[in-house]
Design a protein around this ligand. Structure first.
Ligand SMILES: [Zn+2]
Length: 420
């Protein structure tokens, strides 16, 4: 099963926005941009939100039926490993095999030897078609790579075999993720990672490296844009080479995790994938739950009160809520409003503080990141939360759709150089 050139990971913490999300994809379809929706949710999110993998399948199928979506769509077992994959197998047709934890663990001696001797041909330089500057490779680098990644690729092979023994490999898409680590992978790393995955016969279709710069949850990219542009273009060239020369699926493409809200790099990504005629997968999971909060805040009254309550709880439990996300958030506590102050805000002011419009003076990225990890609080008062979601379905659906389409899809796929 091959994935389309463009695909979007539209995760959804509480599984209530499938139709609104799909309507954004439909809107793109009507404007000539074909995007495959992929409902993704990780074990971590399921545990915190108290949901099951089968819930995501139900949500996706229901949205597809309701909106009469005729094209492919997927349900992604996001960030799974051997310990967590079982429950996902019957209901998923996209598996994001997370091997980040295995990075840096030692590989077998013989395996390292074989890798070094097979890779010596690439010393001193790796020059791929389209690159104006070759990627430097020497023996020390190869040993370093082997120490970092060979064991992790073995782990990927184990996970793939485990799933394949239980599900026909022609019926699912394979992603390998190595993004949740502190050090980014350079384009040369990506080259040898893809080469190794190919040698292990893992039909990877999307690969999620850790790019340089910060991909914090729910807010814009932080980092050197020029450097990102250079690295991203080299990564695209590596992927193109791997597709043509390693025998990997011709649908192979990059996957961008924590890809929502990275407004400053969308024009760069959009331009480069068009320049090199390449596909992309962008995961935008967390942004939808924030739109639920924005919709509730806009609805005012009891709904706004619940948002204020969630904030006050999140503020006092910041340490607990941010711990599982330490790698992917940067909150300055002194930039957060005191809950007592937040309580006095109007509906309009609350919406402006939360909605990701960076040049709005009321926008607060620290508040937004804290609320991003605050879905646990909503999960703890599900009855009230779901009741308010139901009662404000229309206004929330509008926020979800507008956010995905106007602030994400349009900027990535429909605007040239960030402008229409
Ligand atoms: Zn990820």
């Amino acid at each position: 099963m091959k994935i389309n050139k463009y695909s979007f990971g539209i995760g959804d913490r509480f599984g209530r926005q499938g139709k609104a999300q799909l309507s954004a994809v439909l809107k793109a379809e009507k404007q000539g941009i074909s995007i495959t929706p992929v409902w993704n949710k990780s074990f971590r999110e399921h545990s915190i939100a108290g949901t099951k993998p089968a819930d995501v399948r139900r949500e996706a199928d229901a949205a597809v039926r309701a909106l009469k979506w005729q094209k492919p769509y997927f349900v992604d077992a996001d960030h799974i490993n051997l310990k967590t994959v079982d429950e996902f197998i019957p209901v998923s047709d996209f598996f994001t095999m997370d091997v980040a934890e295995a990075i840096g663990k030692p590989a077998g001696e013989q395996e390292i030897k074989d890798f070094i001797s097979a890779s010596k041909a690439f010393i001193p330089n790796l020059s791929l078609p389209g690159m104006d500057k070759p990627l430097p490779v020497n023996e020390a680098y190869l040993y370093h790579f082997a120490g970092q990644y060979l064991h992790a690729m073995d782990e990927a092979a184990k996970i793939f075999e485990y799933i394949s023994a239980r599900k026909d490999p022609d019926t699912f898409v394979v992603e390998v993720s190595i993004d949740e680590v502190d050090k980014p992978q350079a384009p040369a790393d990506l080259f040898f990672i893809l080469k190794t995955l190919a040698e292990k016969n893992i039909p990877v279709q999307t690969i999620a490296p850790r790019f340089s710069g910060r991909f914090n949850k729910g807010v814009d990219y932080v980092g050197d844009l020029k450097k990102f542009e250079q690295e991203f273009e080299q990564d695209l060239l590596v992927v193109e080479y791997a597709r043509k020369n390693f025998g990997l699926p011709d649908s192979l493409k990059l996957s961008i995790h924590s890809g929502s809200d990275k407004f400053s790099i969308y024009p760069v990504i959009g331009r480069l994938i068009r320049k090199h005629d390449q596909g992309i997968h962008v995961k935008t999971a967390g942004t939808t739950w924030l739109e639920e909060l924005i919709g509730l805040a806009a609805a005012d009254g009891e709904a706004l009160q619940l948002v204020k309550h969630i904030y006050s709880e999140a503020y006092s439990r910041m340490e607990e809520l941010t711990r599982p996300y330490a790698e992917v958030i940067d909150i300055d506590p002194s930039a957060l409003p005191q809950p007592a102050e937040f309580d006095t805000w109007t509906s309009q002011k609350t919406v402006s503080a939360l909605r990701h419009v960076p040049d709005n003076p009321d926008f607060n990225p620290h508040l937004r990141q804290l609320m991003h990890v605050g879905y646990k609080i909503a999960a703890e008062q599900k009855t009230q939360y779901f009741d308010l979601l139901d009662r404000n379905e229309e206004i929330i659906g509008q926020q979800v759709k507008e956010n995905l389409f106007d602030r994400h899809i349009k900027r990535l796929f429909l605007e040239q150089n960030g402008k229409e």
